[in-house]
Write a protein that binds this ligand. Sequence first.
Ligand SMILES: [Zn+2]
Length: 255
Amino acid sequence: MGLKKIYKRLFSEKRRIKNRLLFNKISSVFYCGNTYSCNCCGKSFRKFKSKGALLIKRENAECPYCASLERIRNLLFYIENETPLLTQKLRLLHFAPEWCLLPVLKKAENLDYITADINPDLADYQVDIMNIPFPDKSFDYIICFHVLGHVPDEKKAVDELYRVLKTNGVALISTIIDPNNLQTFETAADTPEKRLHYYSEPDLLRLHGRDFDQRLKQGRFNVEVIDYPARLGEVMKKKYALGDGRRELIFRCTK
Ligand SMILES: [Zn+2]
């Protein structure tokens, strides 16, 4: 058995994330500098870490200190500038919560903040997004980033998100988009190797195309597609490394 497998058996996923963040905090001294900044942890660096392998490698993607990615830094800017999430009394359901956002959202005393994940180790509630254990119209806001590409029945998941959102609520949804694909690509890729080949990640079940907003609309949502880095402008986009648009579009869904 390889060292990686032994490590995985010895530590829970939550512990492994904590170990990684602790290691990051120590090793981030090697990235000291002022070229790039992270709005999640407030620190600056000479560069961010790269992410992915070979053809899908992204330079300047991951904060060396808090492990935020392009889409997460973008989301935090959007939350701060464009939503009342950090100021008003609201009930927020956050799927697959990004660890670098947790300190910000948990600190917001105005929020009734509920985190959910299929892995009980990673959130307050173990939740299957295809069968959400909350009554209709429970939440003012939902954040669901990079989840729907991994769900076996996407339509069921979107129906559930619609059901638990309040009438005037807002769901902020994001996924990996291949802008070259008009339609979402799904094939019989039944191994991690095949899924990596077809979808660029070993645990994706589909690679969304430019029809992603239509797929959400089929779930009855009204959808506004937001390229927030473009709104922030080139200087901010570069300084905070906000990505190339494949992973950072925000689909703002309302009823
Ligand atoms: Zn950071």
